[in-house]
Design a protein around this ligand. Sequence first.
Ligand SMILES: *Cc1c(COP(=O)(O)O)cnc(C)c1O
Length: 395
Amino acid sequence: MKHGTRKIETEVIHSGYNADHHLGSLSMPIFQTSTFTFRNAEQGEMRFKGEEEGYVYSRLGNPTVRSLEEKMAIMEAGEAALAFSSGMAAVSATLISLTKANDHIICSQGIYGCTFGLLQLMEEKYNITHDFCAMETEEQLRALIRPETVCIYVETPINPTMKLVDLSLVVKVANEYGLQVVVDNTFSSPYLQQPLVLGCDIVLHSATKYICGHGDVIAGVVVGKKDFIENMAVTTQKDIGGVLAPFDAWLLLRGLKTLPVRMDRHCENAERLFQKLNMHPSVERVYYPGNVQHPDYPIMAKQMKKGGGLISFEIKGSKKDAQRVLNALDLIKIAVSLGDAETLIQHPATMTHSVIPAQERVEMGITDQLIRLSVGLEAWEDIWDDLSQALDTIL
Ligand SMILES: *Cc1c(COP(=O)(O)O)cnc(C)c1O
């Protein structure tokens, strides 16, 4: 079969693995080894010089991890990928690779809390500064670009308000100034959105979420050009050391095979729940980019296959009422994280976004009434039964 002719649903199952190389094993074996033996001293020398292909030590590469990296590169339509021990290991290795002291980064408004923490650390230690930008117009972006600017860092959809950033707009401006565009694609997964196809340079994931899909691994992945990834492999990954364990890579390989099937169901359930939530008297407002009522729906239609599995909604009432809703749930679990088979619910103002000062938080649209739902794979009727009885308690 010619490479690139198969659909993503097929690639995610078959790419990055050849059973003939592994005694016919249908599933990729777990190479649970720290090191690799050399036949003789000369082979060791050749491996270290890079004159012979092969493995040396699992921090520098492992066959199970490599298989995941090949699959992820194909999923994101990139040249190469690198797996990490967490999403934050992927984010930090990427940002450290792209910057030097005194550089400048432009970020979308609303980025993952620990990414924000990392940016603050980089500013304190290395004077690598950052500005946030709504990125609604080219002018807003251009106004922030300085000679020190090296990259534009984007999350879309933005957590937890589900606002979208138009990636083609960002790419257009970035190309004019020779800036790298980095996209945290965790919320969409490569099944729903492929930023590299839209002209972005680097895509990264907290693979802990949809890539894994089963809530049992912490992991990260970066996908991009071969040169960039190869350089990261021998610098920020090899020397900082946030590598993925072979068993965790295997769990991700297993999870990935069902990514398209899972994403379709997450989206279908989310669309159903959006309709129901919209009509419930305890609910003030629902944020879901997959619906035409969302102001960013045109952007969604342009760059995403579907709206995704996350919904946020504001209840009528107080912070106490929001907590009352969470406490009244039975099937739906109160937890941060997302993308799992189980439907998860959390209260951003007191959980994921609690470190942001109240005033700033409200300006970002994260009120005390806002609740975020990671829609799982259960029957949507059962999710709704639980959610609606909990919402009824604050009527
Ligand atoms: C969870 C998450 C991260 C961090 O990933 P970890 O795997 O928890 O280190 C980064 N970005 C986004 C959007 C996330 O949801």
